[in-house]
Ligand binder design. Structure first.
Ligand SMILES: *[C@@H]1O[C@H](CO)[C@@H](O)[C@H](O)[C@H]1NC(C)=O
Ligand SMILES: *[C@@H]1O[C@H](CO)[C@@H](O)[C@H](O)[C@H]1NC(C)=O
Length: 376
C-alpha cells in the first residue's frame, strides 16, 4: 500500500511538473557553446512512416543527438554569441559512422539504419499563446527548388494526450476503430510544402486531434469546402513565390540564405487564430480559412482547429519517407543541415491557454551524457 502510494505520488509530481505553462520569454542564441538540458531536450526517436506494409521497420533512422551540433560563428552575433546551432541531416548517400535508432529507441546496426537520420531539439518548458520565432537557414539539397530534397525543415508546437478505452475521456470515433482516443494539439511550419514538392512552398498546419473531433461533436474535416475525412487539422500550402533556401540575409555562417520564421498563436475561444509571418511579412492568418467551417457549417472559421493546449516548441530536420509516400522528395545527398541563429518565444499568457497533460512526454529524448560536449 505504502509503496503504491509512493509510486502514485511520484507520477503525480511528474505530471504536474511537466504541465505548467511557462509565462516568461525564452531567448536562445547558443552563446554558452552548448545546449542546456534544463532548457532543451534533444530528440532520440523515430516517426515519419514505415518501410514495409507490415509496419515493422521504420523508413528512416529517426533523429539522434549526434546530429545536433553547436558550431563557431564566422561572424559574431549582435548579441555577442560566438556560436550557432547546426541540425544535421544524413541522406541516402551518407557514408559516415552515425546510426539511427529503431522504434524501441535502440541503436540500429544495419547499414540502411544510417540513411535518413535527422536532428531535432524541443523546449523543456511548455508554452501556449505567444510569438515563436526562429532565424534559420534551411537545408540546401536538392539542385533546384522543384525537387524537395527529401528533408522536412520544421518548426512546430506539439502536445499529445491519448486516452485508452475505459478512460472517462475516451471516445470512439470512425477513425480510431475502437483504439485510443487522441488529442494532438499542434502548429507546424514545414518546408518544402506538401502537395507540390518545392522549396517555393511551405505547409502551414494546425491541429486539435488525430482521430475524431476533440470538441465532442460529429467528426468532420472540410478542406476547400469538401468533406475529406475525420481529421481535425487544417493544412495550408502557401506559395511563397521564391525559393526559401535563398535570401539576401546574411547569418552566422557568414553567408546569405537566412530567413526569420515566425508564428503568433492566440488561444482565446472565439478569436483563436495563428498568424504565420516570414521575414516580417504575413504569409497566412488562420482567420482567412473561411471555407473551413465546423460541423454542419456551424463553425466560425478555422478557429475550430486552432490549438489551445500548452506545448513544447520543436525545431529540426526529419525525413517523411514511408513506403507509400515521400512527400518532401528524394534525399539523394550525403550530409546537409538546417542552421539556427536564434530561437525566441514571447508568451502572450492569454486566458485561453490550457495546461497540458501529455502522455509519454518524457520518452524519446537523449540522455544528458549525449548532449554536444563542446563547440565544433
Ligand atoms: C518558384 O518561384 C520562382 C520565382 O518566382 C519561379 O520562377 C518558379 O517557377 C517557382 N517554382 C515553382 C515550383 O513554383
Ligand atoms: C475553449 O474551448 C475549448 C473547446 O474547444 C475548451 O476545452 C476550453 O476549456 C475553452 N476555454 C475556455 C477558457 O473557455
Amino acid at each position: 500500500m505504502r509503496s503504491l502510494l509512493c509510486i502514485t505520488l511520484v507520477c503525480w509530481i511528474a505530471v504536474v511538473s511537466s504541465s505548467t505553462i511557462r509565462q516568461t520569454p525564452l531567448y536562445e542564441d547558443f552563446s554558452t557553446g552548448g545546449l542546456s538540458p534544463s532548457v532543451w531536450k534533444i530528440g532520440k526517436k523515430v516517426w515519419g512512416g514505415y518501410a514495409d506494409q507490415a509496419k515493422t521497420i521504420p523508413s528512416s533512422g529517426g533523429v539522434v543527438p549526434e546530429n545536433v551540433k553547436v558550431v563557431k560563428r564566422n561572424k559574431a552575433a549582435a548579441s555577442g554569441s560566438k556560436y550557432y546551432l547546426r541540425l544535421e541531416a544524413h541522406g541516402n548517400k551518407y557514408q559516415g559512422n552515425v546510426y539511427g535508432i529503431d522504434f524501441e529507441g535502440e541503436r540500429r546496426t544495419d547499414e540502411e539504419g544510417k540513411k535518413r537520420v535527422g536532428a531535432v531539439i524541443a523546449t523543456q518548458d511548455y508554452f501556449a499563446s505567444g510569438a515563436y520565432e526562429v532565424r534559420a537557414k534551411l537545408t540546401r539539397y536538392a539542385p533546384d527548388q522543384h525537387h524537395g530534397g527529401g528533408v522536412c525543415n520544421a518548426f512546430w508546437t506539439f502536445s499529445y494526450q491519448s486516452f485508452p478505452q475505459g478512460d472517462p475521456q475516451w471516445k470512439d470515433t470512425p477513425e480510431s476503430h475502437g483504439g485510443d482516443y487522441v488529442k494532438n494539439h499542434e502548429i507546424d511550419i514545414e518546408i518544402p510544402g506538401g502537395r507540390k514538392i518545392s522549396f517555393n512552398y511551405s505547409l502551414l498546419t494546425y491541429w486539435q486531434g488525430v482521430n475524431g473531433d476533440s470538441r465532442g461533436k460529429k467528426p468532420y474535416g472540410l478542406y476547400q469546402g469538401q468533406q475529406h475525412g475525420y481529421d481535425e487539422f487544417i493544412s495550408i500550402q502557401k506559395d511563397n513565390g521564391k525559393d526559401l533556401r535563398r535570401s539576401s540575409l546574411t547569418g552566422p555562417d557568414g553567408r546569405t540564405g537566412w530567413h526569420v520564421f515566425r508564428f503568433e498563436w492566440h488561444t482565446v475561444n472565439g478569436t483563436r487564430h495563428i498568424r504565420y509571418v516570414f521575414d516580417g511579412v504575413e504569409v497566412h492568418d488562420s482567420k482567412n480559412d473561411d471555407k473551413l467551417k465546423g460541423p454542419l457549417g456551424t463553425g466560425t472559421t478555422g478557429d475550430f482547429y486552432v490549438p489551445f493546449v500548452g506545448s513544447r516548441f520543436w525545431l529540426g530536420v526529419w525525413f517523411p519517407y514511408s513506403f507509400q509516400n515521400h512527400w518532401t522528395g528524394e534525399p539523394e545527398f550525403d550530409v546537409d543541415a538546417m542552421l539556427v541563429d536564434y530561437v525566441k518565444i514571447e508568451p502572450y499568457n492569454e486566458a485561453g491557454d490550457v495546461v497540458p497533460h501529455e502522455t509519454g512526454a518524457e520518452r524519446g529524448w537523449a540522455a544528458t551524457s549525449e548532449y554536444p560536449k563542446r563547440p565544433q
